[in-house]
Design a binder for this molecule. Structure first.
Ligand code: FAD
Length: 475
């Protein structure tokens, strides 16, 4: 038996951030990964999808250049294999970078599949070059961290075949771009893929069972996003339910029950299922350590402030956590830092999920932090709300894509409870709002700070000036 201070199971963003921080704090760390260090975010999620969405932005820019700016540009075609090559190069370089960080921090990376054999012990079925040596057993002196992440979910009766019926994983490795796509699921992943394929010229239908897309966001965010996607030609269907589908020679035929109760038949070259993600615990043998999951398969911490499970010394980070964790890579980084610091010394501050930003990188983008207007009211706050169109500032007009800034604050000049953004580049603008909400700022505090002119961020400044009774371009 080998010993380590900390054994981390899973080398995605949650696991590798825990390992890096724990090692930086002087702990001896074993990190077990059965596939690739970097996990979903690096290989199948955040990074490849954002690389593709960057290419989509460039394609959209050609149309804008032609239609609005007199630039005599035309789009010839998109070379999917060239796009994939650039995307994969970015992933590969990031992958190497993370592996190098781990090596530099002296984290012992063990390639293989881990399972718990007790509250402090882990057995690893080795893979790769070490495979021949069979299984390895480890004892954790301080703790075990579960970071085994999530995988795509599907709907009953809908089995992805990787070709016609695909998940977000499969979509990355498709042989080419489809001419038409039916996307099931109007959360961030579904919306991003719908937006990407539309930019690439596909006919796109986006089906969401809830009464609006991005249903966890403020209703105005959904409204603006829906309007933006529809303007771009995406057929957005909210309150619509997938009924069934059949795979055809050259595509898929699906039936959907629309909001009006009618049956809509959609034929598309590809059906992309993006109805959420399910936690991964198979093969982990949680029971051997005395652990259970909730009904949905999540590992629920007994102590959220330390992300410690019902078994002392076993912690959990990342997509394996249920809400209020957010299934986001940056939330998993914060969780990794917390758990590593908890294991190394005095506990650090719990993750404040209310101030973690949520972004959809579609066109238009959405970015939000804190409470929606409806949530604030449900929690008993009396609120002042200011919604400002992005086109109220000059740079918003330059971009010409619409969008908005919505601020929800306690009535009478009190704390800012939520900021909600829709429009171009708002993913880069939300960091300011995160500090505003996280630091319990009031509109007057923000209004004191001058925003650069002319920028999109000026709209955020203006929205707060108005709430503080000092509006310039919005009375
Ligand atoms: P994972 O990244 O899933 O890592 C878990 C790792 O554990 C895997 O590498 C797996 O191989 C390994 N593992 C599992 N079981 C075992 C075992 N028994 N033994 C050894 N290893 C094991 N988030 C954002 O913040 N921003 C975004 O823009 C964003 N975009 C996304 C786009 C898509 C298409 C998808 C699918 C997700 C996106 N996410 C985004 C979410 C983000 O990817 C996840 O929140 C994040 O990857 C979760 O990290 P994790 O470490 O919990 O799990």
């Amino acid at each position: 038996m080998d010993t380590a201070d900390v054994i981390v199971i899973g080398g995605g963003t949650g696991g590798y951030s825990t390992a890096l921080r724990a090692a930086a704090l002087g702990l001896d760390v074993v990190l077990v990964e059965r596939d690739k260090i970097g996990g979903t975010c690096l290989h199948r999620g955040c990074i490849p999808s954002k690389a593709m969405l960057h290419a989509a932005e460039l394609v959209d820019g050609i149309a804008e250049a032609r239609d609005r700016w007199g630039v005599k540009a035309t789009l010839d075609s998109v070379d999917w294999s060239a796009l994939v090559a650039t995307r994969d190069d970015i992933v590969t370089r990031n992958h190497r970078g993370v592996e190098a960080h781990l090596a530099h921090a002296r984290v012992r990376v063990v390639r293989g599949s881990a399972r718990l054999t007790g509250p402090r012990t882990v057995q690893v079925e080795l893979s790769g070059p070490e495979r021949a040596s069979g299984a390895s057993r480890f004892v954790a002196r301080r703790g075990i961290v579960l970071a085994t992440g999530s995988r795509p979910r599907t709907l009953p009766g809908l089995v992805p075949d990787g070709r016609r019926v695909v998940t977000s994983d499969d979509a990355l490795f498709a042989p080419g771009l489809p001419a038409s796509v039916l996307v099931l699921g109007g959360g961030a992943i579904g919306v991003e893929y719908a937006s990407f394929h539309r930019s690439m010229g596909a006919e796109v239908t986006l089906v969401e069972a809830a009464d609006r897309i991005v249903p966890l966001e403020d209703a105005d965010v959904s409204r603006h996003l829906t309007r933006g996607l529809k303007k771009r030609g995406v057929d957005v269907r909210a309150s619509a339910r997938f009924l069934d589908s059949e795979v055809l020679e050259d595509g898929v035929r699906a039936r959907v029950r629309t909001a009006r109760g009618e049956t809509l038949t959609v034929e598309a070259e590809r059906l992309l299922v993006a109805v959420g993600r399910a936690p991964v615990t198979d093969g982990l043998d949680l029971g051997a350590a005395g652990l259970t999951t909730d009904a949905r398969g999540f590992v629920v911490p007994r102590d959220w402030a330390r992300l410690e499970t019902e078994v002392p010394g076993i912690h959990v980070v990342g997509d394996l956590l249920p809400p209020p964790s957010l299934g986001l890579a940056h939330a998993s980084f914060a969780e990794g830092l917390l758990v590593a610091e908890t294991l190394a010394g005095p506990p650090s501050a719990p993750v404040d999920y209310a101030t973690v930003p949520r972004v959809t990188y579609s066109s238009p983008q959405t970015a939000a932090v804190g409470l929606s207007e409806a949530e604030a009211r449900t929690r008993g706050h009396e609120v002042d709300v200011n919604t400002m169109p992005l086109t109220a500032v000059a740079k918003g007009m330059v971009h010409g894509q619409g969008g908005m800034v919505k601020v929800v604050a306690e009535a009478g000049g009190g704390r800012v409870l939520g900021v909600h953004l829709v429009g171009p580049h708002v993913s880069e603008m939300v960091a300011e709002s995160q500090l505003i909400v996280g630091w319990d700022a009031e509109p007057a505090d923000v209004a004191r700070h001058v925003h650069p002119h002319p920028t999109l961020s000026e709209a955020v400044g203006e929205a707060f000036l108005t709430l503080a009774g000092r509006g310039l371009h919005q009375q």
